[in-house]
Design a binder for this molecule. Sequence first.
Ligand SMILES: Cc1cc2nc3c(=O)[nH]c(=O)nc-3n(C[C@H](O)[C@H](O)[C@H](O)COP(=O)(O)OP(=O)(O)OC[C@H]3O[C@@H](n4cnc5c(N)ncnc54)[C@H](O)[C@@H]3O)c2cc1C
Length: 436
Amino acid sequence: MSPTIVLFTQDLRVHDHPALTAAVDAAGTVLPLFVVDPRIVERSARNRCGYLSEALADLRAALRARGGDLVVREGDTIGHVRALAEETGADTVFVSAGVSRFAARREESLRRTGLSVRPFPGLTVVPPGGVTPASGDHYKVFTPYWRAWAEYGRRAVLPAPDGVRLPEGVDPGAVPDGLAEAGIATAAPDRLSGGEEAARARLASWLDRGLARYAEERDHLPGAATSHLSADLRFGCLSALEVAEAAEAARAGEGAEEFVRQLAWRDFHHQVTRAFPALPARDYRPRDREWREDPDAFDAWRRGVTGVPIVDAGMRQLLREGFMHNRARMITAAFLTRTLHVHWKAGADHFHAHLVDGDVADNYGNWQWVAGTGNDTRPNRAFNPLRQARRFDPEGDYVRRHVPELRGLPGRRALTPWREPEAPDGYPPPIADPGR
Ligand SMILES: Cc1cc2nc3c(=O)[nH]c(=O)nc-3n(C[C@H](O)[C@H](O)[C@H](O)COP(=O)(O)OP(=O)(O)OC[C@H]3O[C@@H](n4cnc5c(N)ncnc54)[C@H](O)[C@@H]3O)c2cc1C
């Protein structure tokens, strides 16, 4: 029987992996393959490359422990799939179905090679298109989506396969040297480590120690009381379905409910992206927004020196951790698009260059939501950074943690340094009015 190629992409795990399990069940031998495409690496965040490199090493270890291996190639994905198929006689490729334009084109090109391509679910809780409204191909508003999402009959979570048999004589190849240091932008010194094993440990500790308090504390900036599982989900080191089911089974009341709702938001953006793959480049709902070119303001925003502490704290967290708290993402994105009137795409691209969890659907979907060109049903809602700061960082602890120049200002005085009789050393006045 000819081997089956399992092309890994954003699903770097062995647990609850429908494509891998189906290949193990169907074929005598399985070729788990990951192709490092230098064209993608070149435009990826260095932080994501670092995470990816660790995740590949971990996936390889998990497959080796089951008697198989991860075949790693570098170059053009389609060329390598075809070459491996010719070398081994494989005629089938299993893949977890992605939603980006890039993923759709990859699947199309694979089909054109004459190989039989089978897409499987695996990247979301509910597959994109799994629920659709009475009219239209996708939900444009979250609440009705959420209702339908909650009713969807989910597939069962799959265990990791016991054994994976690689055909004999295949060179497994090496994870390219230097992948961890490749990509654009600077590496965050405090990035989380990558891979399924680390991700599963984070999940276990989250279910045990964080989930129950999630509903009350998720917006509290200094508490950082969210799961920090976003990069693990982005790379598929965790299955979103398994995470949702584990959270529900933990019986953590409102905390679990609220957390699972966020996973539905993730699914929501995925089904939007599948229907509107131009999301990273074009307004989802074009509105007459006036955008301004302001390179100096944009640069201050990027570096976290706008003089508005809550904005600067978020932007510096991004540079330091390759991560930013959700509430800070909203505040910083709103400041850029609504206060400075700089185009959402500039901000979203910057986020994408730094976030370890940077994902086309989630990043660009959320940016458009904040900018008012996306799925928000109240696109003109007010968003005052100062009010947000007083509400979600009432004692200024988040600000002081990330903006060392303000550490000398106690309590909420750190939120408004411009009101001090003497400006703190080295901290600029606000570049725009943050409101009252
Ligand atoms: C401007 C902006 C850009 C964003 N860019 C990204 C991105 O590139 N990648 C990304 O994963 N998330 C993005 N988010 C959503 C959210 O900020 C992060 O998922 C969250 O902060 C990650 O932290 P966590 O894992 O501790 O989240 P938790 O609060 O623990 O949530 C659990 C999981 O739910 C999902 N989730 C939570 N909120 C959202 C949301 N609003 N949209 C989609 N999924 C969500 C994530 O997978 C997250 O890991 C963005 C939000 C904004 C406002």
